[in-house]
Design a protein around this ligand. Sequence first.
Ligand code: URP
Ligand code: ZN
Ligand code: ZN
Ligand code: ZN
Length: 510
Amino acid sequence: ASNQFCDAGIGYGESTCGFSTPSQSKILIKGGTVVNAHHLEVADVYVEDGIIVTVKPDIHVGDDVSVLDATGKFVMPGGIDPHVHLAMEFMGTESIDNFFSGQAAALAGGTTMHIDFVIPVNGSLIAGFEAYEKKSRNSCMDYGFHMAVTKWDEIVSKEMEILVQEKGINSFKFFLAYKGSFMISDELLLQGFKKCKSLGALPMVHAENGDAVDEGQKRMIELGITGPEGHALSRPPVLEGEATARAIRLASFINTPLYVVHVMSIDAMEEVAKAQKSGQRVIGEAVVSGLVLDDSWLWNPDFSIAAKFVMSPPIRASGHDKALQAALSRGVLQLVGTDHCTFNSTQKAFGIDDFRKIPNGVNGIEERMHLVWDTMVESGQISVTDYVRVTSTESARIFNIYPKKGAILAGSDADIIILNPNASFEISAKSHHSRTDTNVYEGKRVKGKVEVTIAGGRIVWQNDELKVVPGSGKYTEMPPFGYLFDGIDKADANYLSSLRAPVKRFKSTA
Ligand code: URP
Ligand code: ZN
Ligand code: ZN
Ligand code: ZN
């Protein structure tokens, strides 16, 4: 991958780059169509010191302001990717995009914030959080954290409290897959759900039955299927459907909201839809790979091509992709992430003789905004306002940082993109900004292009050039009791009063 930063390597600062900028802190975006999830209008947007100051038609400013002409273009909130793994230690290696390179790629693709998953260190959540504080020091855009829970005891329970009350974490992820590493039992899941609910934190699940996956993998190896196709064959949609249904039912039993990450199959999507229909608060997250790819790639005779598509849950057979798009357009899936977790060809080759050793993960943080636009808006499946909702606003609402993030409103953070609906380009590892050497969307032509990205009030992407500063990204604390918790206490009170009084029984004299 070429790194089209202003200057190569770490430490590219402002001075080396050549935009003509009267001011870095004052920006006026003129004449664009300003899109929010609730409303769309032609207006100007004035930004000062990282904050949106005014949104209205026909704003006039002095010479000290950088003016961007957005006539005929869409001015929208920067993307928020709710599902990312930068510098993640996983399957004996570490995902190759670190906080700087992954975020630089994100900015080049119109995403201005991501939420990463902190992995505990030896089961300790606090040690994990501290490790991620270090990893994220070179950030060039704003970010938040979810916390994974991989074991259970009194210390973990206490650490969850500390993270919510003092460290800005309001979501915890439970893995029902990855037996022998992250996988947890139903017993832990129930404890975790209870604790999350009491803290006002949202539980998230990776829903595949890990015991059955283990069985499926043994079956493939016994059959002599050791290549990347064995990955898909060993963990079919039925295992995702089972785990999704189980997590949803246990969440119902505890009466907690639930967020199902990376819904990859019709089977899982239908469980989410069914629960929502019954009134349960279940969020279904689509990821770009699930929306636009199919599993035929895993049968490619070239290992290096097939291996790059290995992720979990697997990319499914053709048909699931279209069904997931339809679910996104009718609101069964509420938002789109990426699960960006990149491994280069050398790392993927760890599994050349055994698909179980191929590090799981695909790219997408840079491509998400473009692929959702091209696949969903260009095709007429969703409106431009819905595009803003699924790529940005809904993440901000669920994780309780709206309208600081996810909106073009006076007082919101100046995280803004300008998208030209008439431009098009081709996605390629040759031009992407991720550190990985391959791209699962290689060669795909997309209509619609993010021409300008403004992050924290600074123009960081313009004229196909990145201008990013390590250390400029801020950790965004996410407070508990987001909107998904509204009214839960009333429902609990109703439940308690509905329990019939226990029967008073006489001691039998017989
Ligand atoms: O294959 C994947 N999805 N890798 C990242 C870890 C996860 O399960 O989200
Ligand atoms: Zn005027
Ligand atoms: Zn996962
Ligand atoms: Zn993930």
